[in-house]
Write a protein that binds this ligand. Structure first.
Ligand SMILES: C[S@@+](CC[C@H](N)C(=O)[O-])C[C@H]1O[C@@H](n2cnc3c(N)ncnc32)[C@H](O)[C@@H]1O
Length: 287
């Protein structure tokens, strides 16, 4: 097992299926509708995980984003994936970074069972799965644990109504003077919003998606709050420029798609084609 994981997980209870847990209080009750929705989705069984995932994430683009993030991780790094769901971002970890450990946490326990299926024997060696809530992270910074080298969170903070609380928690558990935070959220896409309006559909920038979840797309307000908490400059990035599931343009997101590979090359920090980008991410280092 990754050298830092045993000390980290010995404070948790572990179930017979190998999933570690924190007792969840009613902290996440503000997301109870979302939790029920995600539990219903996780109750199904799936033969082809990547096919299902590629309906809402671009596999080629996010694989490249993971590679970029790993390049910034020191030898032996420990990463926390908040809202890691099925854990698919880390499926190539043994080949790409056998020295790195990843803690995947999610507040829907059944998602972590799927993560076990996706990640196989990486779980228990380089990866541990923890059932916990992003707004009350169950990690104590003390003599035995100095914090995570990286926090990776994809399309999760956008669903947490108390974004600021989740952000403060992320900051708390990052290693001082080096810890890297990367948060990917849905972007505001003016052309898609215009098409939604044309067809009488509701395009939500910040608010409840009825029967589903809270959604707050990436915003200047979030960026300013990250800069305030971290006391350092946020760098911005735009990705998933071709992949547009909202308009049923899905095939660039499929594993191995050539168009998806082109899409990954279009991801950028300069705002190029930003109005088309489906994702907008914020990256910041703890001082
Ligand atoms: C849109 S999915 C993204 C999943 C994953 N990050 C990915 O890229 O495939 C959001 C995930 O965040 C989890 N989540 C949402 N709110 C959470 C919270 N407060 N604490 C922990 N997990 C949460 C959900 O259960 C779900 O698995």
């Amino acid at each position: 097992m990754h050298s830092q994981l045993p000390a980290l997980i010995n404070k948790f209870t572990v179930d017979s299926d190998g999933i570690y847990c924190q007792v969840l209080s009613d902290i996440s009750s503000s997301q109870s509708v979302e939790k029920s929705l995600r539990e219903r989705i996780a109750a199904d069984s799936y033969d082809n995980y990547l096919q299902v995932i590629s309906n809402s994430h671009s596999i080629p683009v996010m694989d490249c984003e993971v590679d970029r993030f790993l390049l910034n991780m020191p030898h032996g790094a420990l990463i926390l994936d908040i809202g890691g769901c099925w854990g698919w971002h880390w499926r190539h970890l043994a080949r790409k970074r056998p020295d790195v450990g990843v803690v995947i946490m999610d507040f829907v326990r059944s998602n972590l069972i799927h993560a076990k299926n996706v990640l196989g024997d990486l779980v228990g060696r380089q990866v541990v799965l923890i059932h916990a809530d992003a707004t009350a992270l169950p990690f104590v910074i003390d003599d035995g644990f100095s914090g995570f080298d990286g926090i990776w969170t994809v399309q999760t903070f956008q669903h947490i109504p108390d974004y600021n609380k989740a952000l403060r928690e992320a900051y708390r558990v990052l290693k001082p003077h080096s810890g890297l935070f990367a948060n990917y959220s849905l972007n505001v896409q003016p052309p898609v919003r215009w098409l939604y309006r044309l067809f009488g559909r509701n395009y939500i920038t910040k608010g409840d998606v009825p029967g589903a979840f809270w959604l707050a797309r990436a915003s200047e307000e979030q960026k300013m709050f990250i800069e305030e908490v971290f006391g350092s400059k946020v760098s911005e990035r735009w990705s998933e420029i071709l992949f547009t599931p909202e308009l049923h343009f899905l095939f660039p997101g499929r594993a191995g798609s050539r168009l998806g590979q082109l899409d990954s090359l279009l991801s950028n920090n300069f705002g190029f084609l930003r109005c088309l980008a489906r994702q907008h991410s914020f990256h910041c280092r703890k001082q």
